[in-house]
Design a protein around this ligand. Structure first.
Ligand code: 5GP
Ligand code: ZN
Length: 113
């Protein structure tokens, strides 16, 4: 996806503060953090939203969560707690149409907005 900002970040064409990368996913700090820890865990493969997931993506989506759990530990918030969140389409609050898991922590999370 040539016009996708997260594809460009994954390709290294746009700067980002990366905290993890492997063959399947890239994780980087959110440019506009909503909490002291705000990391986006993003599949290297472009998928517009959760609406486009297929059965073949199940291992990939599971991997987003295990990477998120490891990053929570690395950030020192595994025990205090954190929130993992994926937004879909307008009413879900999705603004970047390349699927991503938010890791939010370092403060008390409240409500469901
Ligand atoms: P969404 O609203 O789609 O769930 O989340 C998109 C997130 O991407 C937002 O929290 C926004 O701050 C972040 N974001 C948008 N553009 C960039 C960017 O160029 N770099 C980084 N690091 N984060 C971005
Ligand atoms: Zn993309």
């Amino acid at each position: 996806m040539t016009d996708c900002i997260f594809c460009k970040i994954i390709a290294g064409e746009i700067p980002s503060t990366n905290v993890y990368k492997d063959e399947q996913v890239t994780a980087f700090r959110d440019i506009n953090p909503a909490a002291p820890t705000h990391i986006l865990i993003v599949p290297n493969k472009h998928i517009d939203s959760s609406n486009f997931l297929i059965a073949d993506d199940e291992a990939l989506i599971g991997h987003l969560f295990t990477v998120a759990k490891d990053l929570a530990k690395q950030e020192g918030i595994a025990e205090s707690g954190y929130r993992l969140m994926m937004n879909t389409n307008a009413e879900g609050g999705q603004t970047v149409f390349h699927i991503h898991l938010h890791l939010l922590g370092g403060r008390q999370m409240k409500g469901f907005g």
